[in-house]
Design a protein around this ligand. Structure first.
Ligand SMILES: NC(=O)C1=CN([C@@H]2O[C@H](COP(=O)(O)OP(=O)(O)OC[C@H]3O[C@@H](n4cnc5c(N)ncnc54)[C@H](OP(=O)(O)O)[C@@H]3O)[C@@H](O)[C@H]2O)[C@@H](O)CC1
Ligand SMILES: [K+]
Length: 478
């Protein structure tokens, strides 16, 4: 479109269906999709619009990359999204030029969901809502600043703070502790609902990279959306401090052990040969994309992997890695130790829920020993799904089990990651008639009644909410 035609008023129909369901608690309204959004077929589709970055930051999550992920993010947080106008005459994306405005029928959302708050993303939507919608629905709206690139006076951190009331107005869904078999069933239900396992693995790897980057930036110890914090004392997760803070790795005045990030070596991503390894390959791709140097350590070359989607993920990562990154296939222990000696952070994607038997087989047992030694010397360890060597179901730990500072567990917490503290006596989940290994939806009740703390080898546990599972859990519960 030329500048000249953009200045001509055009009659525009909305054309994008609202996002909402029966769980929506807030309604967020813009004015009308911009030409870029109409092209993208979704709200806030201009690449420079900061709406999705603001929402992701509010909930401490990676920025969604597809419209399906954007929809998931909204629904997971009980947010409905639409616009005030159904049609109008407008010049380009200029709100000031709007004439002949006809409002959307918001009763479609408000009658079907327990919406308690309405927010408008900018002065024009707030003005039009007040004039055209509020008299009909009777709910006053709160005005938020526009996330459009034209509103350059508002920095991203300032926008995030201004949007905080949205996060405060919704109830947070905490996934229940689920048996590994229930998580596998859930994976199938998620695939049937439209996100196949390879898509889920990309989200898992991205979340892993996101948490690793936070640790590197010294933000890993924030409370924020973190699900649980680790036990106190020697097992407390270590607080990472960034290069800018000039940490020296010594004990801080408050007694918290800080890890230094003076080291400028690469992040080391240990990948096993199953789908837990696949999460690691995807994380390596994202870290590299974000400019962080990485080394992937793997027992098998991508073409020699059998598990899918891990094999496809590994092939893709190897093909897209920049010159900054490298893949080491079956390195000797000395090479691995040297890498870790210079590394600020390592990702453990060796074994996940598929770990079986009581002991970890070579070469992974040796990798785990070298990794644990490196952690004692200052390398921060982020585990994918479960620390390798720990049974995600029973909590039994092999002689060689990774000790992590953070465990990013996928979709839902698993019982083996926790111990139950009862009258001062710590017991493993499932033991002595206090089962954590519960089926949907009993997990929630068990988690609510039993004081759960992460098993010491998990460090802090962050649940990666990879999909909108609330309706799937309800359907499974009948
Ligand atoms: N849940 C979810 O929603 C999502 C799950 N996803 C991810 O998938 C993970 C589960 O993947 P998975 O089923 O492929 O199992 P995994 O943990 O990689 O282990 C299998 C490998 O380990 C090996 N191995 C086994 N025992 C061993 C031993 N004692 N000592 C040594 N090796 C041993 C075994 O070798 P084999 O015995 O077959 O020779 C095989 O190579 C899950 O934890 C999560 O990270 C996400 O990507 C997407 C969302
Ligand atoms: K792992």
């Amino acid at each position: 479109m030329t500048k000249e035609t953009q200045r001509q008023p055009q009659s525009v129909e909305h054309g994008i269906p609202p996002v909402s369901d029966g769980r929506s608690e807030v309604l967020v309204l813009g004015t009308m999709p911009s030409p870029k959004s109409r092209e993208a077929g979704f709200f806030y589709g201009h690449p420079q619009n900061r709406f999705w970055r603001v929402l992701a930051a509010l909930f401490d999550e990676p920025v969604p990359e597809s419209n399906a992920e954007r929809t998931d993010l909204l629904l997971r947080h009980h947010i409905a999204l639409w616009d005030v106008l159904a049609s109008c005459d407008i010049e380009g994306a200029s709100d000031a030029s709007i004439r002949n405005a006809r409002p959307n029928d918001l009763s479609r959302i408000l009658h079907a969901a327990p919406v308690r708050h309405v927010f408008c993303t900018g002065a024009t939507s707030a003005r039009l809502y007040g004039k055209l919608c509020e008299p009909v629905c009777g709910i006053a709206a709160q005005k938020l600043p526009s996330t459009s690139p034209a509103n350059a006076a508002w920095s991203l951190p300032r926008l995030v703070e201004a949007y905080r009331p949205v996060a405060e107005a919704v109830t947070c869904f905490e996934p229940p502790v689920l048996d590994v078999s229930a998580v596998v069933a859930l994976e199938r239900a998620i695939a049937a609902a439209g996100t196949p396992l390879d898509g889920l693995m990309r989200r898992a790897g991205r979340f892993l990279a996101y948490e690793a980057r936070k640790m590197l930036e010294g933000k890993g110890a924030d409370g924020g959306a973190v699900a649980e914090s680790g036990a106190a004392g020697a097992d407390a997760p270590l607080v990472a401090v960034g290069v800018a803070a000039g940490s020296d790795g010594s004990a801080a005045a408050d007694g918290t052990r800080h890890r230094g990030f003076r080291r400028e070596g690469p992040v080391v991503v240990f990948c096993g040969s199953g789908n837990n390894g696949g999460d690691g390959w995807v994380a390596a791709e994202y870290l590299d994309r974000w400019g962080i140097p990485v080394r992937v350590v793997t027992a098998r070359a991508p073409e020699d992997l059998r598990a899918e989607p891990a094999r496809s993920a590994a092939l893709r990562t190897r093909a897209v890695l920049s010159d900054r990154a490298a893949v080491l296939v079956a390195p000797d222990d000395g090479e691995v130790a040297d890498l870790l000696a210079a590394s600020p952070l390592a990702i453990d994607a060796i074994l996940g829920t598929g770990f079986s038997h009581d002991a970890v087989k070579a070469p992974f047992d040796r990798w785990i020993r070298v990794l644990n030694d490196a952690r004692v010397r200052g390398t921060v360890v982020v585990a994918a799904d479960v620390p390798s060597g720990l049974s995600a179901q029973t909590g039994a730990a092999a002689a060689d089990t990774v000790r992590a500072d953070v465990t990013v567990t996928m979709i839902a917490p698993k019982p083996g990651l926790y111990i139950v503290r009862d009258q001062g006596c710590a017991r493993r989940g499932g033991a002595e008639g206090e089962p954590l290994a519960v089926q949907v939806p009993g997990g929630q009740a068990a988690a609510a009644t039993a004081p759960l703390v992460p098993a010491p080898c998990c460090g802090r546990i962050r649940v990666a909410p990879l999909a909108y599972i609330e309706p799937l859990l309800e359907a499974a519960a009948g």
